[in-house]
Design a protein around this ligand. Sequence first.
Ligand code: UDX
Ligand code: ADP
Length: 458
Amino acid sequence: MKFEKHIICIGAGYVGGPTMAMIAYKCPRYKVTVVDTNHERIARWNSDELPIYEPGLDEIIAATRGKNLFFSTDIERGIKEAKIIFVSVNTPTKTFGTGSGMAPDLQFWEKTARQIRDNAESDKIIVEKSTFPVRTAFAMERILSATKTGVHFDIVSNPEFLAEGTAIADLETPDRVLVGSHETPGGLRARDEMVEIFLNWVPREKILTTNIWSSELSKLVANAFLAQRISSINSFTELCEKTEADITEVARAVGLDHRIGGTYLNAGIGFGGSCFKKDILSLVYLCRHYGLDEVADYWEGVVKINEYQKERFVLGILNAMFDTLAGKRICLFGFAFKANTGDTRESPAIYITKRLCEERAELVITDPRALQNAEKDLEDIKGTVIYKNDPYDAAVSCDAVAVLTEWSLYRELDYKKIYRVMNKPAFIFDGRNILNHEKLFAIGFNVYPVGKPPMKHF
Ligand code: UDX
Ligand code: ADP
């Protein structure tokens, strides 16, 4: 079959995999190839056990793989063949040198830019899909044009707004698709070509075109706003606990104001995930670079409250359990950074587990999808944590259960059965406010939600 367009995506991760699967699914006339340096990852994309868990993804892969969607490690061939190259490599926070702990580590995209330049034999459109600092396109252009090959590159920014766990729905019916380009004839042609792809399933009015810097910045700003809402609501949980106000009632009362809106107001143990913290720190670093210290301080506060919230949860457990956790067995319900994913990157559970270990608690972790990743995250405290698939099993002989991920299955468990097998007094710390607290209290548990008065039997 002769395909209308050839697209590749460099980076077969949480963004590249699902995004390209959706393009392939909606555009059967395009050939889409996803490439990665990680052989194991590509082998899993080509197997029945995909490297990431995402509801609905299996079906889309089954409908497209081998027809117009391909996964490969042959990056050079992919670059030669495709006209449109999405770059979806990781940009984690730097762990060394200048900007360590703040700035994004750009080594992966830089290598990619060089690889594209060295292998391209015809004109290409390069699409920034990963979240990059503003003006990354400028640096990329410098690299791409550093050797004169006669090949022309146009760069566009097309940030991805999907959230894990709802990626397929987010990709299928996005709130908006953003395409940023230069206002040059080549830039505008590249922009139109991108718009053409999305028009296969996204209404025109939802496709927003801007200048390239606005597009790069908008992604960082969107994540900063969402994270800021979570930190804002979390910042009031302590005040609620001290004043007998209830954060769920407050969030509802506030969120019903249509100017504020009700989403991203679920209080809890703090946000996790690969984006929020990294992107805010990247924004803070950028602001400081431009001498905007007040702006940087403001946004850094969002991350600080988030760190505080995690520590506060640990101290809450310690205080409630008579100021000592040594030798006590605590069962963690959930390790993923949110429900419906196996992803544990920046999960609050990582910090909370390590802190509880420092207090010499014995830990049992259960999660329907994230145990493999949890074991990797907790490699440095290997041997001190027990992993169990079954939550009932996990709770046996525990002094406390702490809910760290809002998996709906935890709402539906038989807590009478769980109470029976636990040590007494039995505690429940509901870090996501998802359980029926009155019912648990009536069973005999001492119940500690977030941002609500505790319910205790002593
Ligand atoms: C986020 C953005 O939503 C997405 O647009 C962007 O592309 C990537 O970053 P993601 O990290 O996958 O997506 O998940 P999200 O649903 O936004 O949740 C992030 C974290 O915030 C999770 O730990 C979640 O539990 C937490 N959260 C979310 C809350 O604590 N309260 C809320 O009300 C909402
Ligand atoms: P995200 O959540 O942004 O998708 P991931 O870490 O899940 O991030 O995925 C990024 C992918 O990019 C990884 O699979 C990694 O192996 C891949 N990658 C990084 N650098 C390169 C490169 N130079 N060439 C090809 N793939 C790369």
